[in-house]
Design a protein around this ligand. Sequence first.
Ligand code: CP
Length: 310
Amino acid sequence: MVSLKDRDIISFRDFTKEEILYILSLSKEMEEKAHPDLLKGKVLATLFFEPSTRTRMSFESAMKLMGGEVIGFVDPGATSIAKGESLRDTVKIVAGYASAIVVRHFLDGAARLVADTVGIPVINAGDGSNQHPTQTFLDLYTIHKTKGTLDDLAIGFIGDLKYGRTVHSLAYALAHFRSYMYFISPPSLRMPPDLLKELSERGVKFQEITSLEEVSDRLDVLYCTRIQKERFADPIEYGKVKGSYHLSKATLDRSKVKKTLKILHPLPRVDEMDESLDETPYAVYFQQAHSGIPVREAILASVLGVKELD
Ligand code: CP
């Protein structure tokens, strides 16, 4: 039997295919039926060292919809970190106040450090350019829901593939499902070489290209991402790639994409995706963001050990 009781959710490297499918099945159950008292008496601490709309609010909403309570911060400057307290000491203290911790941090590996420090489940809400595993669970959930399968799909990833933590997690997860991956980016924003090596070792077939036009008619899913200004040490380097892609209804009509293509985006978007796409049948990114509730309900209920599949 699959159980994620007391587990940390840090990286997709930590999950088997069976465990991934278990969370997706439980998410469906959560979407179909309310569980208002499931987490009564439990407290979730949300520690956000970087801005967030979707991840933080959907975690908070998921917790409250299941009868739990939420504590935490969105401004570390209003905590004793501003007086010089370390991340380690901070989370040791928080672990005495909560049943689980959700942490978003600007440094790769910060969530793992938190998990290694405390004895309660820790959920990575995005660590630097590394991983964003709960986003990936809701991406997989949306792909399955809108395509009817996760298997044998041609997936295009476009935008900031170097710093995009959602891309890194999702590519790793889709390696379980025989996806063919097209990595579409400016040369300076290619996928990290060590991740490509891992994908190759796992038998994934992929191509790195610069233009969507080259492959647009082959794609089942296009995963679009923002070029993340905040990750560039040098604003001149950001200026060179800013606005590299701008998807619109007109672009897609010209590109002869499959009618069944689905476009996902973790959001927020800036200039890479036009609002003219929103009303097309391709666009599933708002549905994707709203899946954050049942998926994060499933994750919380699993790691807190209060729910198994009916
Ligand atoms: N997708 C995502 O992580 O969005 P937020 O930064 O708003 O949480």
